[in-house]
Design a protein. Structure first.
Length: 95
């Protein structure tokens, strides 16, 4: 019985979570990242997603960019849910 309790209380591993994400890119970033639907494993927040993007597209490491999650610009690490839309945007200004 003790072993059963230990298994039941084990945390869910992030690598077991699969997410479908719609990826949209703008500006210079759109030159090397096409808009696409992707499936990723183990990514549950925006910080982890940024690491994933920079591993997949090394040119991002040297660029400044922002993420928007479901049309909201991200200012801090935020949870990602399945079927999210994430936009990758270069710096912009407006007036």
């Amino acid at each position: 019985m003790k072993n059963m309790l230990m298994i039941a209380s084990s945390p869910i591993k992030n690598k077991d979570i699969q997410m479908k994400i719609e990826l949209i890119s703008f500006g210079k970033i759109a030159e090397f990242i096409n808009n696409q639907n992707i499936e990723v494993d183990g990514i549950t927040d925006t910080d982890t997603f940024k690491q994933y993007l920079e591993n997949q597209f090394p040119a991002l490491k040297s660029m400044k960019y922002k993420l928007a999650l479901n049309k909201n610009i991200i200012q801090e690490n935020t949870e990602i849910t399945n079927n999210a839309t994430i936009a990758i945007m270069p710096p912009f200004s407006g007036g």
